[in-house]
Design a binder for this molecule. Sequence first.
Ligand code: ANZ
Ligand code: ZN
Length: 818
Amino acid sequence: SEHYDPQTLQAKWQQRWEELDPFRAGEGATDDRPYKYMLDMFPYPSGDLHMGHGEVFAIGDVIARYWFQRGYNVLHPIGWDSFGLPAENAAIKRNAHPAEWTYANIETQATSFRRYGISFDWSRRLHTSDPDYYKWNQWLFNRFFERGLAYRKGGLVNWCPSDQTVLANEQVVAGRCERCGAEVVRRELTQWYFKITDYADRLLDDMAQVEAGWPDRVLAMQRNWIGRSTGADVAFAIEGRDEPVTVYTTRPDTLYGATFFVVAPDAALASEICTPDRREAFDAYRAEVAKLSDIERMSTEKEKTGVFLGVHAINPVNGERIPVWAADYVLSDYGHGAIMAVPAHDQRDLDFARKFGLPVRVVVHTGLADPGETGEATPGEGTLVNSGPLDGLSKVDAIAKIIEMLAAEGNGKAAVNYRLRDWLLSRQRFWGTPIPIIHCPDCGEVPVPDEQLPVTLPDLRGEALAPKGVSPLAAATDWVNVSCPKCDGPAKRDTDTMDTFVDSSWYFLRYCSPGYEGGPFDVEQVRKWGPVDQYVGGIEHAVLHLLYSRFFTKVLYDMGMVDFTEPFLRLLNQGQVINMGKAMSKSLGNGVDLGEQIDTYGVDAVRLTMIFAGPPEDDMDWADLSPGASLKFLGRALRVMTEAGAGTTSGVPVESGDLALRKVTHHTIDEVTKLVESQRFNVAVARMMELTSAARKTIDSGPGAGDPAVREAAEALAVMLSLVTPYTAEEGWHRLGHPAPVALAGWPTADPALLVQESVTCVVQVAGKVRDRLEVAPDISESDLQALALASDKVKGHLDGPPRKVIVRAPKLVNIVP
Ligand code: ANZ
Ligand code: ZN
């Protein structure tokens, strides 16, 4: 038998595929195949492809290749998310331009992708750092600006002291920079924002459209991030202040239990109402709080701190005077930056009350012990007490009634609140899209006119890019100083660049018409291809990228540019590849190298190992897997295809072939089809392996390789294997005598006549004696079999009432104890 050498196969077929270009998405008017859009999250060009890429793209390729085989017109594009900090840091180190590192890495990855055999349409390749891509980021920014969805404001922002740039809330994970892990601090800065909060309700409500297609975990994370809650706004008068102060509460039913009032120390209100004798204490406290992150401030573990501001608030329902404090656990940019504190029913309020000796008043009787004594707040359901007209009501009824009462007096109303904040998009770094705004002393913020786009980056390199807290662009004075597009007077360009998440928020639309010059994308093409049918990528994007893309899609919908409101119908989050328990990543350097694995075992064995390791969502430990065994299997599979190709006697109809093998083949086709559709790719591979063994058996100890059933099995195997191991499948298909590539051979169909399962004889015993024999399906359920046995006349004749016990061992035995 022939030696199986993966490297030779790779060289041969990679070149053939490049000539044939079989994966180009069809655009012709005559192409009436239905459209499918398969998208993998595009890579960041940080170096060569790693094991994680190996996995995502192997999974995505199974889906894309299946669709090709099913006769769809498939769009399966590739591009690079090529702006960002690592390129800039590398450029500083090497005294080079970030583009040099970036585009060299892109070429490395592109070469690896070709070798990896992914079914991309290479003609649609894009790089977000190309001016003809980022031009459209700027164009879109201008549209957002016109619609009031891009605006500048001052305020406290998240600042990464190591990367020397601001971060969006979404990029701060547990108080640290999502990218470099440094502890994030707060800084006062004026920055550009996208008004994603305008879309909060739609971002929540439209999730119904993807409910069935997205992992529950991701849906939950998005819901949480948006964080819609319902409750009431309640106005409290503050003694000595003309205007009342509004608080947001999810529990207006507990209003009679408010025993103090808390203002965020960093809110303007705190400083405004603080009395002179408390000023010194307050200023010192505020300075301390400024050092803390929101996460630290909100932590339930943290010791409560605060200062009394010297004034009192008036409870609108009972006129009670309650002290006003400043405390860090109240955030300035959430709700209204002030709260009514109800220590009996809110744990943080209770911790604070106990620390500072403030009263605790139970207003909802829950049946649990007094929080003032136990230190455990009782936030649950119950019956209202100590609450005047609310007494005796349930929580829900009390909420409705108090809102009615407050509204009648003009002291409050029902309200909705969100955790979501606007998307901060300015970055003080170089390698990104310049914000297309010109600041004019007379005209203010003036967008660069569309016809002058793109605003390209000035040519800076090396030291000039070193982080210094202001954008490196600010130093490029020739670039910065321009004349105002409106009044022609001297003006300056905005020197910040956009968050690179802007680039990835719409790249999937650009793929539909990558060279289009009339706009970010050709609306007609997007109408044909969009939305993405299947998206594959990592869980780390559960909030960031996916939320931003959903937001962009909705804005583009409102602009009339797309006709759908959700960009990705189905989402698959692949598991991680780990090595001996440790997550693999370039930065940690504890990984197995994809290139080395391929050199040793070949592309197909590596891809097969990844797909066969388990369900695509599960993590896999490379140390537990055996690419060597995959390689052996591929050798066996190719031998079956080779022998079938050489052995077939022509002119013998397949119907006369070995029936047992034919049944296995058709069952395998049937099952693999269902398994691929339900994304159980590992089980599909197991079935292909079984088919290979069955064909081997027919060759060796059955009618032999010349039997037409062997050819039928080998051809089905080649097509099914092409989803996972394209090189082996292509070579096998070729040896079976087919001149055209296997990738477009067409998916095999199972003959229903060959799927009928034979019956099994089931013995029915009553009191240990055989009383009947039933012919049943081998996969009959226990309950069906029991019903069938009890319905038998021969059985009934030996029972004079309902049996005491029925023991069912499907499909072969039912034992009845009368
Ligand atoms: C009184 C109360 C009584 C509350 C009670 C809760 C339980 P979510 O669900 O996250 O929206 N809150 C309001 N603004 C705040 C701010 N700026 N910083 C910190 N906490 C703030 O939470 C809403 C609840 O969080 C509000 O309801 C308020 O406390 C607090 F038994 O008001 B509650
Ligand atoms: Zn001007």
